[in-house]
Design a protein around this ligand. Structure first.
Ligand code: GLN
Length: 381
């Protein structure tokens, strides 16, 4: 048998695939992988159907449909006061994860160092490693998962090429504060460090909080790739639609990779989303929509033995279970799925070293009845 030398010898199947498959196998309520269990708007579905019937079934332009890029440019200008040129600074991608991979692929050379805050979405480190880059991870801890900026300063070397940020943060549900922005700005100032800012949960910020997009700050914007997701906005993660924002020089390199990775993203969905985005309420109503779910889920979970961690954004709620068990989080989440019928994600999966703080992540982008049924089961513990 012909073999290849693995580029990712330590990497297995993504925890999201593993836990969703297990939930399906044992018939557990799936609060693991982040996706809604309710449908997206029928208006959006009609718009896609209309685009298909109107014959928009051939390749979209490589960078994406211009009318969609214009809508994104307007939205970014309105929300963050940043003007991105739709012609040269916006590219439509097959989801946020493709934007992330493409940015890393375009920017990282062998031996470049990339600072990653962990816990982190599991797509970052493998992309860096495939490109021959070095992952410099900095571990954050519950309950507040604050970034220790003095340690970041010590981690920066002349090989540091990129810092990856994610706010609102998966899985910890924290959001960057002004102090974080100030510290970050002072660290990168005068350097050639790039920022990859994963902002796929940009509209899921609660309690009147602000989303501090890199787009807001000139000094950060000029060195940032921003990854965004329509799946999170429109409750249709299966459409795999997203985009990337970056200054023209960075975007030119991004597109060199993008065109050979996917060439372009499916056309009818782009026509539909370009139309649908004209109504700003579709994203301005999201914080309220998800905050109600968060509040409902938290109030119900408060009756269980789990300890709730703060949740300022995203559609994830993390809990500690030290009052229940001292098992490893991977074992405990398996037992919870098989014996109690609720699937979660063990937070250690978000640390390259598998650090276990006895934390589980639940996704609350679910119907109220789903959340209620899940908590009913968790109350049995
Ligand atoms: N981002 C989502 C999560 O954290 C899922 C992404 C995926 O399954 N690849 O659950």
């Amino acid at each position: 048998m012909t073999r290849i030398t693995s580029k990712l010898p330590q990497t297995g199947t993504s925890i999201f695939t593993v836990m969703s498959a297990l939930a399906a196998e044992v018939g557990a309520i799936n609060l693991s992988q982040g996706f809604p269990d309710y449908d997206c708007s029928p208006v959006l579905i009609d718009l896609v159907t209309k685009a298909m019937k109107n014959g928009h079934n051939q390749y979209a332009p490589m960078a994406g449909l211009m009318s969609l890029r214009e809508q994104i440019s307007n939205k970014t200008e309105k929300l963050y006061g940043a003007s991105y040129n739709p012609d040269t600074e916006i590219t439509i991608t097959a989801g946020g994860t493709q934007a992330i991979f493409t940015a890393i692929c375009a920017a990282i050379q062998p031996n470049d160092e990339v600072i990653v805050f962990e816990p982190a979405y599991d797509a970052y480190a493998p992309a860096i490693k495939v490109m021959g880059g070095m992952v410099k991870s900095l571990e954050l801890s519950p309950p507040d998962y604050r970034i220790p900026w003095d340690m970041v300063r010590r981690l920066v070397t002349n090989k540091t090429r990129m810092i990856i940020l994610n706010s609102p943060h998966n899985p910890t549900a924290t959001v960057l504060q002004q102090q974080d922005i100030d510290e970050l700005s002072s660290i990168v100032k005068g350097s050639d460090i790039l920022i990859l800012s994963d902002e796929v949960y940009e509209h899921l910020v609660f309690d009147g909080g602000e989303h501090r997009s890199m787009a807001r700050y000139a000094e950060l914007r000029e060195r940032s790739f921003i990854a965004a997701s329509f799946g999170k906005l429109f409750h249709n993660t299966g459409w795999k639609m997203g985009y990337c924002l970056a200054p023209a020089a960075l975007m030119a390199e991004f597109r060199k990779v993008h065109q050979f990775l996917v060439f372009s993203v499916n056309s009818p969905m782009q026509y539909a989303i370009a139309e649908y985005l004209k109504d700003e309420s579709v994203y301005l109503d999201l914080p309220n929509f998800f905050q109600q779910k968060r509040d409902h889920f938290r109030a119900a979970l408060a009756q269980t033995k789990f300890e709730l961690l703060p949740c300022a954004g995203t559609y994830f709620q993390s809990v500690r279970y030290h009052n229940i068990s001292d098992e490893k989080d991977t074992d405990f989440s398996l037992r919870l799925t098989k014996d109690f019928g609720v699937a979660s994600i063990p937070a250690s999966a978000f640390y390259t070293r598998g650090t276990d703080h006895h934390v589980l992540r639940f996704c609350f982008a679910k119907k109220q009845e789903t959340l209620d049924r899940a908590v009913e089961k968790l109350l049995r513990i």
